[in-house]
Design a binder for this molecule. Structure first.
Ligand code: MN
Length: 321
């Protein structure tokens, strides 16, 4: 998905300064961003008080939306740099096309993982015909300096490892959880997992005390470490935990996001992650002039224009590892 916010503001993220070393329960409210004419997404990251969780730098939750009589998701070709996109659906399907020639329909609980490396462009649309409901999350992972200039590629994994406990099934989307490792390429130590809970479940998920974590509620009634988290909200948990207690009053689903604190300082603007204003400006120019980001074939419509850069130069924060 693209950041369709026409008032795209820069985010300066990363670095230890924002990481909370001990366990906390910080409830993040979503910011509502219009998506097309009839739907909206709820943006959890970046958030006013919280920019990243490990290398996770962007989290949008959308739906469930009834799109029976609508085109559904229609995101025209747009560029990415310096990040990975994770498409994760609970209902519906998304047809992905990109400038490396990929054309893939992603279905519920299948991983669509696009590694932009230095440059890629893609489109995402609800296929025709499509399921009645669309419900999912779009997440971005910042690439570390050592890998952010690699060749772009797309992966689709329909068969993901699971970890189970009474009342709980955890599907490992990216990274690893309790020894189960996703087949998707990961470039920093992290985890993204889908947690399905049955009504009445009381379960615990093992965590790494050196990592920071957050939980996004997708559906149902849950308590995460005792805190009720409504669907479309996210609870930031900090570091220092060895386990996370979960309780479900109804059938419910959560997404667990975590990882080693991302110590490199990044500049994030629109659909780009870079390290300086100049890099972001060059990426914007290359998209506008049609260089570097390639061509998406088969999408019925034009490319997404880049928003204007803010008049003030984007500066990374002082401390750099
Ligand atoms: Mn995108």
């Amino acid at each position: 998905m693209s950041n369709l916010d026409r008032q795209a503001t820069p985010s300066l993220c990363g670095g230890r300064a924002f990481v909370v070393a001990e366990p906390v329960r910080e409830l993040l409210s979503p910011r509502r961003v219009p998506l097309g004419e009839s739907s909206e997404v709820r943006r959890l990251l970046p958030n006013l008080g919280r920019r990243m969780v490990g290398a996770w730098a962007f989290v949008d939750h959308y739906g469930p939306d009834d799109i029976a009589d609508e085109p559904g998701m229609q995101v025209p070709p747009h560029p990415h740099m310096g990040l990975q996109t994770v498409s994760w659906l609970h209902e519906g399907e998304v047809l992905h096309r990109d400038s490396t020639g990929s054309r893939q329909t992603v279905r519920p609980r299948e991983l669509g993982l696009m590694t932009s490396g230095r440059a890629i462009s893609h489109s995402e649309e609800s296929p025709r015909p499509h399921a009645r409901y669309l419900h999912g999350a779009q997440l971005w992972v910042a690439l570390p300096d050592a890998h952010r200039h690699i060749d772009p590629h797309f992966e689709h994994h329909a068969d993901l490892p699971t970890v189970t406990a009474p009342g709980l099934t955890a599907t490992v989307i990216l990274g690893d959880l309790d020894g189960a490792v996703s087949p998707g390429a990961a470039y920093t130590p992290l985890v993204g997992a889908d947690l399905t809970l049955t009504a009445g479940a009381e379960a615990s998920v093992p965590l790494d005390p050196d990592w920071e974590y957050a939980v996004l509620a997708m559906s149902g009634e849950t308590h995460v470490d005792g805190v009720p988290v409504l669907p479309g909200s996210m609870l930031y948990l900090g570091c220092g935990r060895t386990a996370l207690p979960l309780r479900a009053a109804s059938d419910a689903a959560l997404m667990l996001l975590g990882g080693e604190p991302f110590e490199e300082e990044i500049v994030m603007w629109w659909n780009f992650v870079g390290r300086s204003h100049e890099e972001i400006e060059a990426a914007r120019t290359d998209w506008t002039t049609g260089t570097r980001f390639g061509e998406v074939h088969g999408y019925d419509g034009g490319r997404l224009p880049a928003p204007e850069l803010p008049p003030v130069a984007l500066k990374p924060r002082g401390r750099v590892r």
